[in-house]
Design a protein around this ligand. Structure first.
Ligand SMILES: [Zn+2]
Length: 249
């Protein structure tokens, strides 16, 4: 059995839902009578920008009322202690991983607390409401939009993610439906390159069949337990046992 040095963690809506972040997905999951899939699109931004900006203004404001949970804190603990490589790829647009203290991470679907210039591509931190036609500090265009990957747009940093998956020894998916590509395909990419694969989810997901192991339960319980295993090199992950530097052999 291989040693584990390079870890890629994918997190999704499930981990933020346990902090109380609304997803507006699924049966009855409407926002002001709209499906989010109909609001979070380039077409909606072009046709009804006021609606799209209001949606994200409310989501951004809602961040003030939520806190990172035990799963976010556990991943931040892993980030701080893991001597090998680690990349936390989140599909979430909130800042709960950062607030817990994680640094080795990226937002593949963008961030609520960032604005993107549709003309020059510059980004700037953004914490308040984002008015339609706000001016880009870099190029002066009245073209700032939420720095969010809308439905139908290409996720961010795919090359970096694919490179990390290709050399991962362990891929762990937390709180994702396994229904939305390209993220749903990460497990197959990682497994193809020889990684072990683990899913932590509240329910069996559409992608569970692709994982070597699936654990069902709340992220706030499963993730801290898994991080304890990894940092202690417990038998569940690392049959060799010992507490030495993992995977440096
Ligand atoms: Zn610009």
């Amino acid at each position: 059995m291989q040693n584990i040095r390079n870890i890629v963690v994918l997190t999704g809506a499930g981990i933020s839902a346990e902090s109380g972040i609304a997803t507006f997905r699924g049966p009855g999951g409407l926002w002001e009578g709209h499906r989010v899939e109909d609001v979070c699109t380039p077409e909606a931004l072009a046709v009804d920008p006021e609606l799209v900006h209001r949606f994200y203004d409310l989501r951004r404001a809602a961040l003030a009322g939520v806190e990172p949970n035990a799963a976010h804190h556990a991943l931040a603990r892993l980030d701080a202690a893991w001597e090998g490589e680690l990349l936390i790829v989140t599909q979430n647009v909130d800042d709960l991983h950062e607030r817990a203290g994680a640094t080795r991470m990226l937002h593949m679907h963008g961030e609520l607390l960032s604005a993107l210039c549709a003309v020059c591509g510059a980004r700037e931190p953004w914490t308040d409401s984002l008015p339609e036609g706000a001016t880009c500090a870099a190029c002066g265009s009245a073209a700032l939009r939420p720095d969010i990957v809308f439905f139908g747009e290409m996720p961010y940093q795919m090359e970096r993610i694919e490179a990390a998956l290709a050399k991962a020894d362990l891929f762990v998916s937390i709180g994702t439906s396994g229904a939305v590509y390209p993220a749903a395909g990460f497990v197959q990419t990682a497994a193809y390159h020889g990684a072990r694969t683990l899913e932590l989810n509240l329910d069996p997901s559409m992608g569970s069949v692709f994982f070597e192991q699936t654990r069902i339960g709340a992220a706030g319980v499963l993730v801290p337990a898994w991080v304890d295993e990894v940092l202690g090199s417990l038998p569940g992950i690392h049959p060799g046992g010992g507490r030495g530097p993992v995977g440096k052999a």
